[in-house]
Write a protein that binds this ligand. Structure first.
Ligand code: DC
Length: 223
């Protein structure tokens, strides 16, 4: 099946681009970050220590996780995430959950245990998969690979605007510090670090609108 991988650092707009391209192509969507986030919530809820790899592996392998759209059709609309039967969509997106996910995602046994669950999203007629290692590890044979970047300042600004749009407040310097810390952790880890696949199209989105990025991605698929 055709797979489009979209990798890149946090706050670069991967999720938005992936969702809109999946919608345009009528392909399935894999938000792999949501899997790591849900896993982090499950570990936190069970009070398991990060050092207890055996327990982590067991939780990863038995994770009761479901992605559902409001229409029930699955795929391309905004997706609600259910963990142990409970809707965790809101808490999943918080900065705290993202940070927990980033920490726990550096553990090799966790990545290995969550691999098959991600590969299983590869279904007809096609898949858009976004994350950190979609093009390098999960779908290395994907015919279409994109790596999105943007300066840390720009990504912190986008995050601030997103928070403001949700009626929350943020302090730009604090956001920037967190963005840089997450970049460092995600790209310096031993297992499947954040980096572009050798055959990925690298798009610097610092000066681009979402529509301009989408046009480049769609052009890659249609070329
Ligand atoms: O894309 P996101 O912000 O939802 O991801 C949250 C964290 O999960 C990210 O900081 C690192 C981890 N992650 C990962 O290690 N590999 C992926 N493919 C996706 C996310």
């Amino acid at each position: 099946m055709p797979v489009l991988t979209i990798d890149g650092p946090s706050g670069v707009g991967k999720g938005t681009v992936a969702r809109i391209v999946a919608q345009k192509q009528n392909w399935y969507l894999l938000d792999s970050g949501a899997i790591y986030r849900a896993f982090a919530l499950a570990v936190d809820a069970r009070g398991v220590e990060i050092a207890d790899e055996e327990a982590l592996e067991k939780i990863a392998k038995t994770l009761d996780l479901e992605f559902k759209t409001k229409s029930g059709k699955g795929g391309n609309e905004l997706v609600n995430v259910y963990l142990d039967g409970k809707d965790v969509s809101k808490i999943l997106r918080t900065e705290k959950t993202g940070e927990m996910a980033s920490k726990i995602a550096s553990i090799g046994v966790v990545r290995a245990a969550l691999l098959k669950r991600q590969k299983d999203f590869d279904k007809s007629p096609g898949l858009v998969a976004d994350g950190r290692d979609m093009g390098t590890t999960v779908f290395p044979d994907a015919p279409f690979k994109v790596y999105l970047t943007a300066s840390a300042d720009e990504r912190a600004n986008r995050r601030l605007k997103q928070l403001q749009a949700q009626g929350s407040k943020g302090i730009i310097l604090q956001i920037l510090t967190k963005v840089k810390a997450r970049d460092k952790r995600d790209s310096s880890r031993k297992h499947s670090p954040l980096k572009p696949a050798k055959d990925a199209l690298i798009i610097d989105t610092t000066e681009l609108s979402i529509d301009e990025v989408i046009a480049q991605v769609v052009a890659l698929i249609e070329a």
